[in-house]
Design a protein around this ligand. Structure first.
Ligand code: AMP
Ligand code: GLY
Length: 427
């Protein structure tokens, strides 16, 4: 089987790595555009992750099966273009990808199918949006302002008070997020602990994957600015069996009902970002792809074949998938460049990668580049150091023994990944 992975982040390295361990013998793995970590296990080609070039590449390489990692190619229709030429694709259609590509589309879907979520209102003009904030929110109440479209994870502003919300609305309509901010969703703040629930679906059957938790803030203690994700662990003890059953019933099953009723072509993974509130779980957002860095943690606990699971999803046989999860806990610590999430300090040689692998970590590359045979940092999130441990305390100890083996100038990382899981153990 010729297999293609689309994307170049830590998530795609994790997907490619576990595919390479589980694909049928004689298979060949390709990746566009890939990164230096992925190039160890797959043939990478520096072409754009857009419908036409990817379809042309797939034809040339006689690709049988493709896995699309990030949201941008899904929203651009890469999966549709590949399906048209007969490739089995893990990734929803362009139409279904609006569940991530438009927050208003997602909110309307949630309301229509009774999926619990924050109260909201959508606006296409500034003046009525400002009036709404003034009328609905007291001066000191927090409000969440979201650019409707894809904004590389930066389009959500959690405003601590009304004035900040008014400023955020003006920022969105003023063009801070380009076209993504031409429509603005204003919603109530949800309070609680977050968890990521991923599920495989082919539009007929839906099966949850192991739970995980991301760490969105840059600094220890969940302080500092929001980032793409500074670390993750799996399972997340906040997701008890009872909570998972509730999420299955109120979120995943209703999601599937909506997908069927709206005739959306959906074969891939749905990621529900959940806030566990005192009134039960509510959906913060839907993503139409695997989470990053949740994937690094979740897939590193899968003992059954990833290739089999993703392929069966792509061909509409989710009912035949048998997932086996390890009892181990995984922790992934993201090593970021200096300056991240602002302007980054890049081009520094990274050392210690091999030692970290030898010590038992999966070192997934994200923002790395090859410069004359040396691996350097080239993006905000550079590496995701992932380990398996026997329980959360063991995994944390192991990962933080290995992380300091890796070095590059300006490197920063959180020292408290999985702290919430540890706190729960202590209770
Ligand atoms: P989103 O892209 O919609 O998931 O938003 C990114 C992050 O913003 C989420 O993971 C939450 O941390 C935060 N967030 C989004 N919506 C809300 C909300 N209604 N209440 C509280 N936090 C939110
Ligand atoms: N880890 C958050 C995301 O993938 O959107």
């Amino acid at each position: 089987m010729n297999i293609l992975v689309v994307g170049n982040g830590g998530r795609e390295h994790a997907i490619a790595y576990w595919l390479s361990k589980s694909m049928p013998s004689g298979s060949k793995l390709y990746c566009v555009p890939g990164n230096p970590g992925i190039s160890v296990i797959a043939e990478c080609a520096g072409i754009k992750a857009e419908p036409e070039p990817v379809a042309a590449f797939a034809k040339e390489k006689q690709i049988d099966f493709a896995v699309i990692g990030p949201e941008a190619p899904l929203c651009a229709g890469v999966s549709d273009a590949l399906r048209e030429i007969g490739v089995a694709v893990f990734g929803p259609s362009k139409e279904a990808a609006q569940l991530e590509g438009s927050k208003d589309f997602a909110k309307q879907f949630m309301v229509k199918y009774g999926i619990p979520t924050a109260k909201y209102q959508t606006f296409t003009e500034e003046a009525p949006a400002l009036d709404y904030v003034n009328a609905e929110y007291d001066a000191n109440r927090a409000v969440v302002v979201k650019a409707d479209g894809l904004a590389a994870g930066k389009g959500v502003i959690v405003a601590e008070n009304r004035q900040m919300a008014l400023d955020a609305v003006k920022e969105c309509f003023g063009g801070a997020f380009g076209k993504a901010g031409a429509r603005v969703v204003i919603e109530e703040l949800l309070e609680g602990e977050e968890a990521s629930i991923l599920a495989l679906t082919d539009g007929k059957t839906i099966i949850p994957l192991a739970s995980s938790q991301d760490h969105k803030r840059l600094l220890d203690g969940d302080m500092g600015p929001n980032t793409g994700g500074m670390g993750a662990y799996s399972p997340a003890p906040v997701v008890t069996d009872e909570l998972m059953a509730t999420v299955k019933e109120l979120v995943l099953d209703r999601f599937l009902t909506g997908v069927k009723a709206e005739n959306l072509f959906y074969r891939g993974v749905i990621y529900a970002g959940i806030m566990v509130t005192k009134d039960g779980p509510k959906v913060l957002e839907f993503n139409v792809r695997f989470g990053d860095p949740e994937t690094q943690a979740v897939l590193s606990r899968l003992d059954s074949s990833l290739c089999d699971a993703l392929y069966k999803t792509a061909v509409g046989e989710v009912d035949k998938i048998d997932l086996v999860w390890s009892k181990d806990t995984t922790v992934c610590v993201v090593l970021a460049s200096g300056g991240y999430p602002g302007t980054i300090d890049k081009g520094h040689v990274i050392t210690g990668l091999e030692n970290a692998w030898k010590a038992g970590a999966y070192v997934f590359h994200a923002g790395t580049a090859d410069e004359s045979g040396k691996v350097v940092n080239s993006g905000g999130r550079v590496l995701g150091v992932t380990v398996r441990g026997q329980g959360i305390a063991d995994a944390i100890k192991k990962v933080y023994e290995i992380v300091p083996m890796i070095k590059f100038a300006g490197m920063q990382y959180r020292k408290d990944i999985a702290h919430r899981a540890l706190e729960r153990l202590d209770k």
